[in-house]
Design a protein around this ligand. Sequence first.
Ligand SMILES: O=C1O[C@H](COP(=O)(O)O)[C@@H](O)[C@H](O)[C@H]1O
Length: 257
Amino acid sequence: MSVPTVIIHRDADVLAKAVAARLITRLVDDQAAKGSASLVLTGGTVGIATLAEISASPARDAVDWRNLDIWWGDERFLPSGDSERNETGARKALLDNVDVDPARVHVMRGPDSGMTAEESAEAYAEELRRASRPEDHGPAPSFDVLMLGMGPDGHVASLFPGMPALYDTRPAVAVHGSPKPPPTRITLSLPVIQGAREVWVIAAGEEKSAAVRLALSESGTMQVPAAGARGRQRTLFLLDRAAASKIPASLGRISSP
Ligand SMILES: O=C1O[C@H](COP(=O)(O)O)[C@@H](O)[C@H](O)[C@H]1O
């Protein structure tokens, strides 16, 4: 697993713009090298703001949107179209505005599919298994970029401190009793997150600063799930100044004005 690099931007607005620019470049590079790319989206404030910035950027047309596989790190188990679903936010902010291939947009299904949360998680796990190739060495693709928001409690995706999903090794699992509403969710498991080539943890705001510090320390993932958010080749903590305010200088922070 890679050692995190910390990059700090002035505020949440600059952070979202900078992550959008970084992501466009990353996808263009991956598509130039391999013909296609894979991306895992996050919900949450900065995650959706980043997608809106991509949508607003003229450079978005440099991405071959039809040759991109889009997955989610987690989903709130709510019906299609519910405004609280991460999918709904992503579609509104970006996916409705670019020419994605619907067959390559891998949605975590909600209760309107007729499935229970467990069945939906297993269906997603099966979709991940089918998409995995021998070179991925696991039951899910080694995503090019996996983006994660982070809660003030240190949760990433829907992996909350102390919850059994953190021990689960299936590719996708159901979560019940989430401390953040809604209580029922679907999430990628930690091994799948750690199988991604690049993991980008994106956080803004002073209320995240203590969790950011712990996520960059030797904390256990049961206490601080974000401490397990590490990519195979690269891990980035992309922060605004407020979220980075408790990081020790020894962590080698790179700051922008
Ligand atoms: O519920 C969720 O929260 C986190 C973080 O959200 P934020 O609004 O505090 O940035 C998000 O990463 C996750 O995908 C989402 O389901």
